[in-house]
Ligand binder design. Structure first.
Ligand SMILES: [Zn+2]
Length: 208
């Protein structure tokens, strides 16, 4: 009996969270609205000399990298980036294309803005911007590449959280049916390729 109780309690405490079990928790932050303009032109999310040139960003961590979020065995759904030559101490983050803000979720060092885009072929997709210190937009707001969504942490501000948050965690998403939790609950390549594009490949194809 004691053993059974122990097993029951440990399953409650140590059960691995999954996207399917966690997604409802993040749904309240989502607004279902369609962008009015098509995302036909794409740009780097920073104010750099040429927003069409990939070499104007510095890549800190690549897509699919193994890492541990609060759950072990998580794989990286984004690229972590900074401007190669930041113009100012406070680095602003811009939308990559026409779209509409559909979610602002999490807080502190994980604050995230998600933009929904309509492609010329009628399909919807999403860009997600994480580790934002200040957010300047809200759900339902129409944006374009000149909309300042947020700004990043400075290295100094990042120290409060262990020093590793002064970069943009940029996801290019095929879906947002997880309402955000797949960003830390993606454990294998099937899940990764089901919801996420490799941002480097996507940018190579779209920043033309
Ligand atoms: Zn990241």
């Amino acid at each position: 009996m004691k053993t059974l109780l122990f097993l029951f309690l440990s399953s409650l405490l140590f059960e691995t969270p999954t996207i399917e079990k966690d997604r409802d928790r993040w749904k309240p932050y989502y607004t279902d609205a369609a962008p009015t303009k098509t995302a036909d032109q794409w740009y780097l999310p920073f104010d750099v000399a040429n927003r069409k040139k990939i070499s104007n960003i510095k890549i800190i961590s690549i897509f699919g990298d193994h890492r541990d979020s609060y759950v072990k065995g998580h794989i990286h759904t984004a690229i972590d980036i900074n401007p190669a030559l930041p113009k100012a101490k406070l680095v602003a983050v811009y939308a990559m294309a026409n779209g509409i803000v559909c979610s602002v979720h999490l807080g502190e060092n994980q604050r995230t803005v998600v933009v929904k885009h309509k492609l010329p072929n009628g399909q919807f997709m999403f860009t997600s911007y994480k580790h934002l210190k200040e957010v300047y937009v809200s759900n339902g707001q129409l944006v374009d590449q000149n909309t300042k969504l947020a700004r990043l942490f400075t290295p100094q501000e990042s120290k409060k959280y262990g020093g590793d948050y002064h970069h943009l965690h940029l996801e290019i998403r095929k879906k947002f049916d997880d309402y955000g939790c797949a960003s830390w609950l993606t454990f294998n390549n099937t899940q990764l390729n089901d919801r996420f594009y490799n941002p480097q490949v996507f940018m190579k194809e779209h920043l033309k």
